[in-house]
Design a protein around this ligand. Structure first.
Ligand SMILES: [Zn+2]
Length: 292
């Protein structure tokens, strides 16, 4: 689920060649705490955590970006990347692991079922460590805990949490003052995403790193919880009324109408509001009514 994905892919392909040819592009690096950084290139942001003898990163995304990330990491430490944590199973996040041959690849156990379906050769050659509920990544660095709270974007979405630094990393669960185009949400359960964001809120974070943003402000999570809760209340209210009036068939036939009629004017200044709100109404309706 990405707002600017198509643009990003085109830009990414162009920049990958340009970078290879000129070495011009670089990463935007922000330090979040001692030994903890966020590094952004090509509309993807990775968390980078430096341990005593190795570095942990999230989502290299694709080989060209992974090369840039490697270069940016070399500017802050000479230690190799030894752990790669994948945020979820979607292919645009999981490529480029081969750029770090010394690294263990870690993801939720359900990732492999989707990796097995890859016909484009973009997924990791092998996954070294999987987990189902939670995992403490031991790499002689700051404590890094991985949590699975259920589906989110896809069904293997996890939260990467550094409890001491109060930093978390997630991917494709929310945007910054923007509505994700519906086509990127077909694989998302809205209620599940809301649950994950509420778990983030409980962690009293200082930084909430989002895989497609350079802004790690925690207030963005709060704003999205508010948006998704408001959307839930409006859509669920209509579903309850329709169930009472005509049962499931009435809900089914009403969803199309709700897409056009239901509004949340308090979010009208969010990017993509006019164009994409109908898709969000639809996705919320099916998440409530159908469970997916
Ligand atoms: Zn995704």
């Amino acid at each position: 689920m990405m707002l600017r994905t198509l643009k990003t892919i085109i830009f990414t392909c162009a920049m990958t060649f340009l970078t290879a040819a000129t070495g011009l592009a670089g990463a935007t690096v922000k330090q979040l705490a001692d030994n903890v950084y966020m590094m952004s290139e090509f509309h993807y942001t990775s968390l980078v955590v430096v341990g005593e003898d190795g570095v942990l990163i999230t989502d290299p995304a694709f080989p060209g970006r992974a090369q840039l990330l490697k270069r940016a990491i070399a500017d802050i430490t000479d230690k190799p990347v030894t752990r790669i944590v994948l945020s979820h199973e979607h292919y645009d996040h999981v490529g480029g692991t081969g750029v770090f041959p010394e690294a263990q690849v870690i993801c939720h156990a359900a990732c492999q079922t989707v990796f097995d379906l890859d016909v484009g050769g973009v997924v990791p050659e092998k996954v070294d460590v999987t987990f189902t509920d939670s995992l403490r990544v031991d790499f002689r660095g700051p404590p890094v805990n991985l949590h699975y709270y259920g589906p989110g974007d896809g069904f293997a979405s996890i939260v990467v949490h550094l409890p001491e630094e109060r930093v978390a990393f997630t991917a494709d669960l929310y945007e910054d003052h923007a509505l994700t185009p519906g086509k990127w949400m077909d694989d998302s359960n809205y209620l599940a995403i809301l649950r994950v964001l509420k778990e983030l809120q409980k962690k009293n974070l200082r930084h909430a790193v989002n895989a497609h943003s350079e802004d790690a402000s925690v207030t963005i999570v709060d704003e999205n919880v508010k948006f998704m809760s408001d959307l839930f209340n409006v859509v669920n209210g209509e579903i309850r009324k329709a169930m009472e009036a005509g049962g499931p068939m009435q809900v089914m036939t009403s969803i199309k109408k709700w897409q056009h009629d239901l509004k949340l004017p308090q979010y009208a200044d969010w990017e993509g509001y006019d164009e994409h709100l109908p898709a969000h109404v639809r996705r919320m309706a099916y998440s409530i009514f159908h469970g997916g």
